[in-house]
Design a protein around this ligand. Sequence first.
Ligand SMILES: [Zn+2]
Length: 376
Amino acid sequence: MFGKRIDLFKLFGFEVRIDLSWVVLAILVAWSLSAGLFPFRYEGLSTRTYWIMGIVGAIGLFLSIIVHEMSHSLVARVFGMPIKGITLFIFGGVAEMKKEPPTPKAEFAMAAAGPVSSILLALVFYVVFLAARATGWPEAFYGVIQYLAWINGILALFNLIPAFPLDGGRILRSILWGWKKNLRWATRVAAGIGSGFGLFLIFMGILQFFGGNFIGGMWWFFIGMFVRGAANTSYRQLLVRKALEGEPVGRFMKQDPVTVSPATTVEALVEDFIYRHQFKLFPVVEEGNRLRGCVTMKQVKDIPREQWRSRTAGEIAVGCSPENSIDLQADAMEALALMTRTASSRLMVTEGNRLAGIISLKDMMKFFELKVELEP
Ligand SMILES: [Zn+2]
């Protein structure tokens, strides 16, 4: 369910997207409001009215989360942090950061901006609710406003729990980071609390589930899994970033990789290269070390078996592109990002139109593990 994203609109230059899981959540929210909360709090309205209230409430929640995430992004921009866009998914929103914040102060301001905006929204909605009720507006109207005041308050409180990567955890990390001047230590402590908090939620979920509260218990369980997973990943990501950032690709690559000449038949390619070396990508190199492109499993699969003897690697090779190759001088983090984006574990390293080497995910991870072991 995660990963399928729909682009919605651009706001202040930030792309706003929703994950498909959010659509499911929006329907669940609208349903539980119109069938549960609103009939319980405001008796005697029509089913149609409850449904309109529920849908407006869900849209209001959606817009509130956008305001929350937009506040993070705007403050990030003030501090010169690149934000790719905002994606709303099942547990709220995520402003996608490309790098770690530059200073503890920047992280503090950025993390605090979200909850502060939610508290302000809660107060504004609460004042509107009081005014609407006092001046005799219909129940259906101020009921939704009251819900939005309440849900924004909950949003602020939940996000302020000091469990990394929730906002509160980021605030805690920035304080620890500013105090000891050690980002890695600060992340380890904050992520440790985040991971523990996730475990607590999972445990509470299981208790509730067996206590008879099935849906509530499942919610606790899934949010716990999510917080725990995110805490563990973000700490690992920081370690990898610290180890690889500023290291040129040339440091990890294999300098004399196995290459294929353009005249090699597909049959020979499969027998003598793919089966023997078990790599998924082979550079195709002409005489004089000129790089023509590469062949991967995909190109081989596209050729019918009976043509394996007549077709050659040079014919089926695809040219070098930013999807399968990277410059010798590029940063190792760029290579890692490219591998993640294209789901490939090997890239050609180029120097002009020449092949300089091959970089593989395995070699990068090996370097990372050695570095962590030698420089704890
Ligand atoms: Zn936030």
